[in-house]
Structures are given as structure tokens and as C-alpha cells.
Design a protein around this ligand. Structure first.
Ligand code: PMV
Length: 423
């Protein structure tokens, strides 16, 4: 039998081939996986079932590359553990959180079902064994970068590997955070709203793989938050109760937008994709304003970014850059590789870094580019120093991954978080 590095042993013949027993404790099974952030271009806003987390409309997103943004999660299962426990970014959290409990219940239900139908893993871990979970983000959680989608997708994927559950995990991830089901796949992903009352057909599905549109680039502009925005759960509830525009959008507009967005992606029609992305973001924020009392996620800087993108596109007489905003002021921009360097220069010109100018741009390398005087004149924007804290340059990426290296485990052989290595 093949022996992996670090002296751990692969569980033989199991349905969870990526599980490793810890070297010092054969009864403990640990799995570590990573999962990506996704950015919706057709937005999900509003639930038709709060309990099952079923949406009012379908949505479509782009999976962002994990080289730049990812959650890493370790799940360790042992018959010696007396309770389920969870650590987020090194701090123990309350495992009784309803969303967390819903994911755990769901994965155990699927594991039991699998075993009772006879195609399950004949070896431990048993479904009744308790689990320890540790999860970290490689980006600041407070920056408002859709960390819950990556977090719950990673939880669902890692638990599934640990308990030997196969097949679509939309149902599990969705119970943590609706948009998390879209982070289970790479590339371009739709969450089909489904029709059934039990939510069995409310699933995520890949529209195109990450290799489909290699020229597409993503720029995330982390904007200084002026206030803590209202969370998506409470915001959606108020919108569903009070916004007639939301109901109209979900029923009359989104179905055709889903078809049109899928076409733009299939045909790599950037102007079509970009215009619909911006319109859908604007419509989502319009439903927020139509909510009573109104919700406002955009800041002055967000609105300046919108203006900048429109003026840049007007200068070239074609749509070369698109923006989208979720439940916060950060901007996510889409463009093609031939425009990336110039637009990064435009952002730096408009929002000059106040300090640490060399740390302003993170992620993919971007060669500094000049901006013409004509372009500066069309943009006609008064620079706002510090309006954008930093920019992450990234691209479309793959779905969740299993880390085979036992050193990647966030939990030690005792099932507790490993101490952080000294800096
Ligand atoms: O999955 P939630 O509850 O975090 O809601 C996500 C809502 C938006 O980010 C605003 C839109 C979307 O489709 O991701």
C-alpha cells in the first residue's frame, strides 16, 4: 500500500480516499480541503423558505481563483471526542449556531442514508462519532469578501470527505449560506432555484469550467467601510416582506436574465456579459432602496467606482469593464487581460494609496501602464486618496480541492488547533 509523506496511512478501500489517519492515533481521521469565494453576476436576494434556504430566484456566479482567496478547513473525526467543536480563524466558536448545526445534521443524514443503502464505506468513521472542525481564511474576514460562501462550501465539502458522502452537496452548503452552494464548483456556476417544496431540485450546477474564458480577469477593490452593513439574512427578510420590486424582479426579470447571462458566457461576449452584470447589480441595489426601511450597501466610493467604469467605457466607445456590488461597499470589477493594466492604473490614479503604495495591488502581477491625458480628461475625477484600501487582481478558478499533505491539517493529532508557527 502506498504510504503518503509524514507517516500517515491511507484508509484502505474506503469511500473517502482522501482521508488520512493521524500517525499517533489510528482512531482519528482528518481531512483538509480548500474552497473558493464566488461573485454573483445575477444576484440571489430573498428566500421563499427560510428554514431550507430556498431562493426566490435562480442566480449565477463566477468562482474566483483560490490562489488569491480561499478558505481552508480541517475536519477530524474520532470516537474519543465527546462533543462537536469548531474553530474559526484560530478562535473557538459556538457549535450550536443554527446554520452550523443544520450543515452537520444534513451531512450526517446523507452519511446514514448512504450506509443504509449498502454502498457506504465499510470502515470508520461512524456517523455517530463527534467532529472537530477548524477553518481559516487567507484574507481578512472583516473585509466583506463573501467569506461565508467559501466557509460553508468548504465545511460541506470537507465533512463530506470525512464521512464518506458523495454526490451533490448543494443541500448541505446551502443550509449554511445560500450562496455557498455556488462555491462547490469552479468556473461559471448557476444555482437553480428549483420548484419542489423540499428543495431537492434547488441545486448548483456548473455552466462552464474555469478554463472556458481564460482572458477574463477580476479586480476586487476593497473599499473602506464607513459603517457595518446589515447582514444578508436580515436584509433579505425585510426586502421579501416590503419590496414589490423584488417580487417583480424575481418572477418577471431574472428567468430571462439567467438565459441571457449563460449565452454571454458560452459565447464569451464580454460587452453583453458586462452590461448585464452591471444592470443586475444596480437592480439588486434598487430593490434594497425599495425595501422599507431602505437598505443602503453602497458608499460614496462605490458610486465613484461606478462612475469611473462608465466614463472609461464611454471614452473607448465600448464596454471594456464591468462592476458588481454585493451586500457591502466593495467593488468587484470584470475586464479582459488586455485592459487590466490600464484599468489598474486608472484606479490608482483616482484613488491614490495613502501609505504602502507597493502593497496597493495584491494577487496577479500587473505591469504598470501609462494613462493618456485624453483618458484623464474624460474621467474628470478628483482623486480621492485612500478611498480604495487595496486591490486584489485575480481570475476565474477551480472548485474545492483536497489537500493531500498531512502537514496542511489545521488540527493536530490531539484534535485541537495546531499552534501557529512563530513568525
Ligand atoms: O448567501 P448569502 O446569505 O450570504 O447571500 C448572498 C447575497 C449576495 O451576495 C448579495 C448576492 C449573491 O447572489 O451572492
Amino acid at each position: 500500500m502506498e504510504r503518503p509523506p509524514g507517516g500517515s496511512r491511507r484508509i484502505r478501500g474506503g469511500a473517502a480516499p482522501d482521508c488520512w489517519t493521524m500517525p499517533s492515533d489510528e482512531s482519528l481521521v482528518a481531512v483538509t480541503c480548500t474552497a473558493p469565494v464566488n461573485i454573483a453576476v445575477i444576484k440571489y436576494w430573498g428566500k421563499r423558505d427560510e428554514q431550507l434556504i430556498l431562493p426566490l430566484n435562480s442566480s449565477l456566479s463566477i468562482t474566483v481563483h483560490q490562489d488569491q482567496l480561499r478558505t481552508t478547513t480541517t475536519a477530524a473525526i474520532s470516537k474519543d471526542f465527546t462533543e462537536d467543536r469548531v474553530w474559526l480563524n484560530g478562535r473557538e466558536e459556538d457549535v450550536r449556531q443554527p446554520r452550523l448545526q443544520a450543515c452537520l445534521r444534513e451531512i450526517r443524514r446523507l452519511a446514514r442514508k448512504r450506509r443504509s443503502t449498502g454502498d457506504g464505506d465499510p470502515l470508520p468513521p461512524s456517523v455517530s462519532d463527534r467532529v472537530h472542525v477548524a477553518s481559516v481564511n487567507n484574507f481578512p474576514t472583516a473585509a466583506g469578501l463573501a467569506s461565508s460562501a467559501a466557509g460553508f462550501a468548504c465545511l460541506a465539502y470537507t465533512l463530506a470527505r470525512a464521512y464518506g458522502v458523495e454526490g451533490d452537496l448543494s443541500e448541505v452548503a446551502r443550509r449554511g449560506s445560500g450562496s455557498a452552494c455556488r462555491s462547490l464548483y469552479g468556473g461559471f456556476v448557476e444555482w437553480q432555484m428549483g420548484q419542489q417544496a423540499d428543495g431537492k431540485d434547488s441545486v448548483a450546477r456548473q455552466v462552464a469550467p474555469e478554463s472556458h474564458w481564460p482572458q477574463l480577469r477580476v479586480l476586487i477593490l476593497v473599499v473602506s467601510a464607513e459603517q457595518k452593513p446589515m447582514g444578508s439574512t436580515a436584509g433579505m427578510q425585510t426586502s421579501v416582506q416590503t419590496s414589490a420590486l423584488l417580487k417583480f424582479r424575481a418572477e418577471a426579470l431574472v428567468p430571462a436574465r439567467m438565459v441571457e447571462m449563460a449565452r454571454c458566457i458560452q459565447e464569451r461576449d464580454f460587452p453583453g456579459f458586462a452590461e448585464l452584470t452591471m444592470k443586475d447589480s444596480n437592480q439588486f441595489h434598487a430593490t434594497c432602496l425599495d425595501t422599507f426601511p431602505p437598505i443602503s450597501y453602497l458608499s460614496d466610493t462605490s458610486r465613484r467606482v461606478m462612475q469611473l467604469v462608465h466614463r472609461f467605457n464611454a471614452h473607448y466607445g465600448q464596454t471594456k469593464v464591468a462592476y458588481t456590488f454585493d451586500a457591502g461597499p466593495n467593488a468587484v470589477l470584470f475586464t479582459l487581460d488586455d485592459t487590466m493594466a490600464e484599468f489598474v492604473a486608472v484606479v490608482r490614479h483616482t484613488f491614490p494609496p495613502e501609505a504602502d503604495g507597493d502593497k496597493f495591488l495584491k494577487g496577479l502581477p500587473v505591469t504598470p501602464a501609462p494613462i493618456s491625458d485624453e483618458l484623464k480628461a474624460t474621467l474628470a475625477m478628483e482623486p480621492v486618496p485612500g478611498g480604495v484600501q487595496y486591490v486584489i487582481a485575480t481570475q476565474v478558478g477551480p472548485g474545492p480541492q483536497v489537500l493531500d499533505d498531512p502537514d496542511a491539517h489545521l488540527l493536530g493529532p490531539d484534535g485541537l488547533p495546531k499552534p501557529k508557527p512563530a513568525a
